[in-house]
Design a protein around this ligand. Structure first.
Ligand SMILES: C[S@@+](CC[C@H](N)C(=O)[O-])C[C@H]1O[C@@H](n2cnc3c(N)ncnc32)[C@H](O)[C@@H]1O
Length: 234
């Protein structure tokens, strides 16, 4: 499905912005990254962009996406959005009773082989959840696959909704004011020897799992995929 066709249906729904959707859609299609994992779908807006890209790539391209049971009660919910866009066959939403980290354990238990070309991490923006999610995603990503972190600068204290939660109020100030996804990106992803092409752009953190044939100190080759997409606004 073309980007403009999906955008026409989901414009105005909360979370992923049009320019972000366009950027990631183009990146997925250009690089044929059709096996997509998403952590945190909320209304399913980002899922629809990914599913549209999967549809455009064709074959068995598909999005596997996770959120909590509470996401069923969102209006619109992911099923309604996928239905409206005609993309229901391109995405499978999974509701976690507690956390997607538990669901990923089940996935690894069934099949420990890497299965995904692209993973989008946009769920619990804490050090514990995002850091552990990165560890699990790494096990599920193909060499050469990409991981993308949303909200590098998001904080618990800066979120109108989260700062009112009792468990957040009880945290030390340091944990409320620290952008925890950024800590994951800076401290776990950037120095990770298994990741290359680590880039930050517009609040997003991109990293590529080292391709199978890459040497540990690879000669820098032009990063056509990511750079050609990001270039206009870099
Ligand atoms: C910012 S929203 C996702 C927005 C969506 N990716 C988009 O751009 O349209 C974050 C979602 O992550 C979910 N979430 C947070 N922590 C989670 C966890 N540990 N397990 C499952 N879902 C989680 C929340 O329920 C919420 O719906």
């Amino acid at each position: 499905m073309k980007f403009d066709d999906v955008e026409e249906v989901i414009a105005g729904v909360q979370y992923m912005k049009t320019h972000q959707g366009r950027l990631v859609y183009d990146f997925l299609v250009e690089n044929k990254l059709g096996r997509i994992l998403e952590l945190g779908f909320a209304h399913g807006k980002s899922t629809c962009y990914f599913a549209a890209a999967a549809d455009e790539i064709g074959g068995d391209s598909h999005v596997l996406t996770f959120d909590r049971d509470s996401a069923r009660r969102r209006s619109p919910n992911i099923h309604e959005l996928l239905e409206r866009t005609g993309l229901s066959d391109r995405a499978t939403p999974v509701y976690a009773e507690t956390s997607y980290t538990w669901e990923l354990m089940k996935l690894l238990d069934q099949d420990p082989q890497p299965t995904f070309d692209f993973a989008y991490i946009d769920g619990g923006h804490t050090w514990d959840v995002s850091g552990f999610a990165f560890f699990l995603v790494d096990l599920l990503l193909e060499p050469g696959g990409w991981v993308l972190f949303d909200d590098l600068d998001w904080t618990l204290g800066g979120s109108k909704h989260m700062r009112k939660q009792p468990w957040v109020k009880e945290l030390p100030e340091e944990q409320r004011s620290t952008p925890q996804v950024r800590k994951v990106f800076e401290l776990l992803v950037k120095p990770h020897p298994g990741y290359v092409e680590v880039e930050e752009h517009d609040g997003w953190g991109w990293a590529r799992k080292r391709p199978a044939n890459a040497q540990s100190n690879p000669v820098q080759t032009p990063r056509r995929g990511l750079l050609s997409v990001l270039k206009p606004s870099m």
